[in-house]
Design a binder for this molecule. Structure first.
Ligand SMILES: *Cc1c(COP(=O)(O)O)cnc(C)c1O
Length: 391
């Protein structure tokens, strides 16, 4: 299996992690071509997660812009409320196949921790989730949710008590418990084979979009749009359309507050470097120190991005842009009011991009936006922001 996408990707990890990585790579290579594994994965996607998800024509959105037809890929309708469950199920099944009895994961906002704890409960595995103490304080409800699902949430005090500190601890734990532990990464980031594996598990999104477009409308979309944090819902949406040069693929990053506080890894000031075991675009100082990302949406608040997206950017296979916090908040309210669908703040970034995109489209165009998750988790956060800003 190719470990790079052009010059991006690779395995920039300490020597001690290599055996575990090799074992995962070998297991995934075998599982990928094993009909039984794929059938089991499909079974859980359908009967547990709730696939296929709907491709919903948002007629009122379409009417509002008066240009191309807008469709929403409803990943928000999945069990646990977002696309993350697709990948968590795939990797947990791989862990089970490898004979592992414990899953280790790290989480920032808690969404990936919850998805990991969910699949661990489902398959009867132990689950330990590393989480910065500062994040635990901010996301107390998700901590309780993970515990409810039977996971152990391990607070990390070092550094700033946030995601990057939790990641270091999770990897350390994995490296010293290789025998029985599987490391479950939540996006298409990290060392090879994770970016490839996560992309494969998420590519059900684009495969369904293609099949649904052809079956119901007799054609392919002209544009597919998705938000980009690490990039897993976007790569899952794009991948199936790689050969179709006429389908425009657009990734939307978090533009945050201004040119300093944002998560514009590909569309802003990011430059290639090494983060979390892979060579990819990332936010860094001229000296190579990682700059903390910022976004109103916790799921997009990441200084790196999946290496395959870096390749897509350089090769102009996909196009990357951003929308600000404010634009995302407007889209959050607007989609709720016009279609009766409250999107995750992450997904609201993709919706907000329609403001820029739709004036460039024509009536015969067909635009599919990946609605990566539902917004219930964000409602109280948004209420507070709107109250403080007097809106
Ligand atoms: C985590 C998350 C994201 C960002 O992750 P990607 O890997 O970029 O997809 C986007 N949307 C939702 C709803 C999420 O929970």
């Amino acid at each position: 299996m190719e470990s790079r996408f052009g010059k991006y990707g690779g395995q920039y990890v300490p020597e001690i992690v290599m055996p575990a990585l090799k074992e995962t790579e070998t297991a995934y290579n075998e599982a990928k071509d094993d009909r039984e594994f794929q059938n089991e994965f499909k079974f859980y996607l359908k009967n547990y997660a709730g696939r296929p998800t709907l491709l919903y024509e948002a007629k009122k959105l379409t009417e509002h812009y008066g240009a191309g037809r807008i469709f929403l890929k409803r990943e928000d309708l999945l069990h646990t409320g977002a696309h993350k469950i697709n990948n968590a199920l795939g990797q947990a099944l791989l862990a089970k196949r490898m004979g592992k009895t414990r899953i280790v994961a790290e989480t920032g906002a808690g969404q990936h921790g919850v998805a990991s704890a969910t699949v661990a409960a489902l398959f009867g595995m132990d689950c330990i989730v590393f989480m910065g103490v500062e994040d635990m304080r901010r996301q107390a409800l998700n901590v309780f949710r993970m515990e409810l699902l039977g996971a152990k949430v391990q607070g990390v005090e070092s550094g700033t008590g946030t995601l990057k500190d939790a990641t270091s601890e999770a990897i350390r734990y994995w490296a010293t418990n290789i025998e029985d532990t599987y490391y479950l990464i939540g996006s298409c980031v990290g060392p090879h084979p994770y970016p490839t594996m996560v992309r494969d598990f998420q590519s059900c999104i684009g495969r369904e979009i293609r099949a649904q477009c052809i079956k119901d409308y007799g054609r392919l979309p002209t544009h597919v749009v998705a938000c980009v944090g690490g990039g897993s819902n976007a790569i899952g949406t794009f991948y199936e359309f790689l050969e179709d040069k006429r389908v425009k693929m657009i990734g939307v990053e978090a533009g945050g507050k201004n040119s300093f506080e944002n998560a514009k890894t590909l569309s802003g000031r990011g430059r290639p470097g090494v983060l979390h075991g892979a060579y990819s675009y990332l936010l860094q100082t001229p000296e190579g120190q990682v700059i903390e990302a910022y976004s109103v949406s916790a799921g997009l608040d990441y200084p790196g991005v999946g290496p395959e997206h870096s390749f897509f950017k350089d090769e102009k296979i996909a196009f990357y842009d951003s929308v600000s916090d404010e634009e995302a908040l407007e889209a959050f309210k607007f989609l709720s009011k016009t279609e009766g669908i409250v999107p995750a703040l992450e997904s609201a970034h993709a919706i907000a991009y329609l403001e820029k995109l739709m004036p460039q489209t024509k009536e015969s165009d067909m635009i599919v936006v990946c609605l990566s998750g539902r917004g219930d988790k964000d409602v109280s956060h948004v209420a507070e922001i709107l109250k403080n800003s007097g809106r």
